[in-house]
Write a protein that binds this ligand. Sequence first.
Ligand SMILES: Nc1ncnc2c1ncn2[C@@H]1O[C@H](COP(=O)(O)OP(=O)(O)OP(=O)(O)O)[C@@H](O)[C@H]1O
Ligand SMILES: [Mg+2]
Length: 233
Amino acid sequence: MKGDKSKDIFNMFDQESPIATEMRRLYSNIRNKLQKKSMRSFLITSANRGEGKSTVASHLALTVARFKEKKSLIVDSDLRRPKIDKIFNVPKEPGLFECLEGKADPLDVVKDTRIENLKVITSGRTERSPAHLFERDVMTQIFDKIKFYYDIVIVDSAPVIPVSDPMLVSGAVDGVILVTLAGKTPRNVAIRAKKILQDADANIIGVVINNLSEVLPYYYDYNYYGYSSKFKK
Ligand SMILES: Nc1ncnc2c1ncn2[C@@H]1O[C@H](COP(=O)(O)OP(=O)(O)OP(=O)(O)O)[C@@H](O)[C@H]1O
Ligand SMILES: [Mg+2]
């Protein structure tokens, strides 16, 4: 659908829709964390493919940019199955890949969207085995630089069970939001994803229950709703 403006997120996003309402709720939940702990960058991941990571990441970014008018940036760290370029209808290259390679400066690959205070860093070149590129120091440098210019950074990523890429990114962000697909992500699989992230010292701050047919996603504060205790081993 690349290049088809009628299908991009700006035309599809309805501020009055249930998903927009839930996204505002999600944002108001994480806003407290933003203020209290000066958290600014959030990784959106899930256990497996197709659970709604890119959808949640892009709607959240759009909501933050529109609702609070914060200087917002969405980064596509899924170099295997990138989608943010299509969702926001911007060229895929250059992007994060070129920054990780050391061939581009993150600020130089930032692209505009149709919303003034929402910018995008796309995946850049698609890479089948990018794990070697996600070096912790390089990632941290990139995110430190980006965070200096943006109030909030939302990072879309690959799923944690099939690949290790998101764990390598998680150390460079302030918090991780785990997306699960209602009725589809088995409990033990969600628990495994959580364990993998925790073993990588990721700071899981919440769980989004995404549902393709209902008024969702719902956001659960990881601690507040007792998810952490339900989730124990
Ligand atoms: N809440 C929702 N309502 C309707 N459709 C949705 C919702 N969440 C996701 N989808 C659709 O489900 C499909 C998969 O979603 P998405 O691409 O966001 O998942 P993903 O976890 O990023 O996948 P991947 O692992 O391939 O990166 C897309 O076609 C998307 O439009
Ligand atoms: Mg995706």
